[in-house]
Design a protein around this ligand. Structure first.
Ligand code: UDP
Length: 370
């Protein structure tokens, strides 16, 4: 098959690839985007059913402190006023998230910040020195009661490992507040793109050739020598044929169903924090958009062991995997004209705004090189 020449061959039609391709096309560069899956959007992909945007690969709420990123995404979509305020379900009791005065009142019946602080101070005394893992970090932030009910079961299900063996940074993603504020994020800007993320990505890719169902690592011979630069957003171990071994990921399984009722759970995200319940979250998609349809769509999110060939969701950033990643990254650094980007290629737990910012930065870097 004849393959035309391109300035940039971009592997992955997710947020990174789409932003990068858009920027380079705007600079007059010829881009070709290859996507292994049958459809564009990467893990932010949404699909419409009954007028409801389904988040195919888990809940995605755009949030950022970066006004440039916020302005940038507004060129491709309008955003609604959604604010993420999930609930945690433990033993049938509901608790507000993130950890804030509402949670403390529900847990202990306390009403003032001083009363809450006193409880947490007493419970955190068991952690001596700097927290060395997620368990110690959680107890030192919110105390043992909240750790046992709202963190331990959830985290161990999600990651398939004991909290004492997980890095502390994972739990520091969540705010802890001594105010009655249920906003899950501290970000200045937050919302969901009206019309869905797939439309946003499609707008970014407007006028750019995209081939879906093409796994670059399998079809490599066909494309070799036909492009100036390779932008790779896939898994780095796969790119190098797993020559040093496979990086570990955590998998997910989504079970999505249509329910003949208007409102199933009254909130977009309900976390199930008990160890015995096999799913971590139930997402009711219509609430991301304040939907009023007579039916609803609900997804149960199950954490899953991951093996090579499965979809990779979360990198396992423990010391062993980080060291292995660094070996691959060192190989990549030797390849001229290879640009890595996105959650998979960088082996990082990233939020969407960080991905957009890094794609813009990578595109700007190219301008300097040219
Ligand atoms: N977490 C928890 N209980 C919850 C929600 C989150 O213990 O109800 C912990 C858990 O360790 C998780 C981390 O906080 O991995 C980060 O949660 P976040 O919601 O940011 O995860 P994501 O949405 O990225 O999967």
């Amino acid at each position: 098959m004849h393959v035309a020449s391109y300035d940039y061959l971009i592997v992955g039609a997710g947020l990174f690839g789409a932003v990068f391709a858009h920027e380079m096309k705007a600079r007059g560069k010829r881009c070709l985007v290859l996507e292994r899956r049958a459809a564009i959007g990467g893990n932010v992909r949404t699909e419409e059913r009954d007028g409801i945007q389904i988040h195919c690969y888990g809940a995605h709420i755009f949030h950022t402190n970066d006004r440039h990123v916020w302005a940038y995404v507004h060129r491709f979509a309008s955003f609604n006023q959604f604010v993420n305020s999930p609930l945690a379900n433990f033993g049938g009791m509901l608790y507000h998230l993130p950890f804030n005065m509402n949670t403390f009142r529900e847990m202990w019946g306390v009403r003032t910040p001083d009363e809450a602080r006193e409880r947490i101070m007493a419970q955190r005394a068991e952690v001596k020195g700097k927290p060395r893992n997620l368990e110690e970090q959680a107890i030192s932030l919110v105390g043992r009661d909240i750790y046992e009910k709202l963190i331990k079961g959830y985290t161990e299900k999600q990651w398939g490992r004991p909290c004492s063996e997980l890095p502390a940074f994972i739990i520091r993603r969540l705010p802890v507040r001594y105010t009655y504020d249920n906003n899950y994020f501290n970000a200045r800007y937050q919302g969901i793109p009206i019309g869905g993320y797939t439309r946003l990505v499609a707008r970014l890719l407007e006028g750019i050739e995209v081939r879906t169902g093409v796994d670059y690592n399998m079809a490599r011979a066909q494309y070799e020598g036909r492009f100036g630069h390779l932008v790779y957003a896939g898994a780095l171990d796969a790119y190098f044929g797993y020559r040093f071994g496979a990086l570990a990921y955590r998998g997910l399984r989504f079970e999505t169903e249509r329910l003949e009722m208007e409102n199933y759970q009254g909130v977009a995200v309900m976390n199930y924090t008990e160890a015995d319940i096999p799913y971590t979250r139930v997402i009711e998609h219509k609430h991301f958009e304040f939907g009023k349809q007579p039916v609803t769509w609900v997804t149960h999110e199950y954490p899953a062991e991951w093996k090579r060939g499965d979809e990779a969701y979360y990198p396992i950033n423990d010391a062993g995997n980080q060291a292995l990643y660094q070996k691959y990254a060192a190989l990549a650094a030797k390849e001229e004209n290879l640009i890595l980007g996105g959650r998979l290629a960088r082996y990082r737990y990233c939020d969407m705004d960080q991905v957009v910012a890094s794609a813009l930065a990578a595109a700007n870097e190219q301008k300097k090189v040219d």
